[in-house]
Design a protein around this ligand. Structure first.
Ligand code: HEC
Length: 120
């Protein structure tokens, strides 16, 4: 076998390896979908305002001590979800829980999410 053939197959394999690397590094459809998750606005935590929002919008289902009722207890919500996840759940709703994105401002939801995230 001539030297040239070895060089050609070497180049061919290098090209294949490069194509495989590209396949795994270019952003896929999944990654694009991830970015459609609601982004939490940056707010300064205001506990008093969070408590007022929760009292008005959440205790009917989650209990006046957040001990649970129609919805699960939220007394340790921060142990299960971080603020971003809480923001997403409250904004979009889940199961029997309604979405709050048309009832509360994004900043109010973010404030409640941060407040709940501290409950561990
Ligand atoms: C109409 C009743 C209702 C109201 C009002 C309501 N929730 Fe819920 N919530 C639920 C139910 C039911 C679930 C369980 C959803 C599921 O996963 O099926 C839930 C789940 C949750 C969860 C996820 C808990 C977990 O353990 O994963 C969070 C966090 C939460 N609610 C926060 C809130 C906040 C904050 C408010 C007020 C802004 C609110 N909820 C208002 C009924 C309600």
């Amino acid at each position: 076998m001539g030297m040239q053939k070895w060089i050609m197959s070497g180049l061919f394999f290098a090209a294949c390896a490069f194509a495989v690397v590209l396949m795994f590094t270019l952003p896929g459809k999944e990654q694009v979908a991830e970015e459609e998750k609601p982004t939490m606005p940056v707010v300064q935590l205001d506990a008093a305002s969070a408590e007022a929002t929760v009292k008005a919008s959440c205790v009917s289902c989650h209990g006046d001590q957040l001990q649970g009722g129609v919805g699960p207890s939220l007394q340790q919500a921060g142990g299960e979800h971080d603020a971003e996840e809480l923001y997403s759940i409250i904004s979009k709703g889940r199961g029997q829980m309604p979405s709050f994105k048309d009832q509360l401002a994004p900043e109010e939801i973010a404030n409640v999410a941060m407040w709940l995230a501290e409950k561990k």
